[in-house]
Ligand binder design. Structure first.
Ligand code: SF4
Length: 169
């Protein structure tokens, strides 16, 4: 599996100052995708244990409140194993820092049985739909996308939306 880039201090993807990683490869190819350079599964760089080490190290700073995983498509069958490994190690190292993840798949339809959900706090799901684009939306690009409280959803066995009012930053 491959990744496109890492941002050491990202204030655009999720609340607070975060480390973010953009995975490489997406088969959805949504019209007007914000990140077309991440579509090619052969692009970017190899994702290795050293990539995970680097993220763990970058996130050690007190001002980093969490990790954001974007793409590309972190949940594509070619990428989900690496995404799971990263999320599991991050949560074991920093139980009080949050993981936000963006995916074009739907949590209830495609991901409910995936191990990775155990480590993710907030999942923003659904493909980007240009006709539903709204620049006023926070944390997503089109109004069909959902901001999901993963732990509550797993408990309830159905999608529970995340209360964005809880975000203090
Ligand atoms: S799922 Fe995300 S990365 Fe993939 S094409 Fe759609 S907007 Fe772009």
């Amino acid at each position: 599996m491959r990744y496109n880039k890492i941002r050491k201090m990202d204030i655009s993807n999720g609340p607070g100052v975060r480390v973010s990683i953009f995975m490489q490869g997406c088969a959805f190819k949504c019209y007007n995708c914000f990140n077309p350079e991440t579509h090619d599964f052969n692009g970017g760089k190899e994702f290795t244990d050293e990539t995970i080490d680097k993220i763990i190290d970058l996130a050690s700073k007190d001002y980093i409140v969490g990790l954001s995983i974007l793409g590309g498509e972190p949940m594509h069958p070619l990428n989900i194993e690496g995404t799971t490994k990263l999320a599991k190690r991050f949560k074991a190292t920093y139980p009080n820092k949050t993981i936000w993840c963006w995916t074009g798949f739907l949590m209830d339809k495609d991901l409910m049985d995936k191990e990775v959900l155990k480590y993710i706090d907030v999942l923003v799901d659904g493909q980007y739909k240009d006709e539903l684009h709204n620049f006023l939306l926070k944390y997503c690009g089109s109004s069909n996308q959902r901001i999901i409280d993963v732990a509550e959803s797993l408990k309830a066995n159905k999608v529970v939306l995340y209360d964005t009012e809880k975000i203090a930053v």
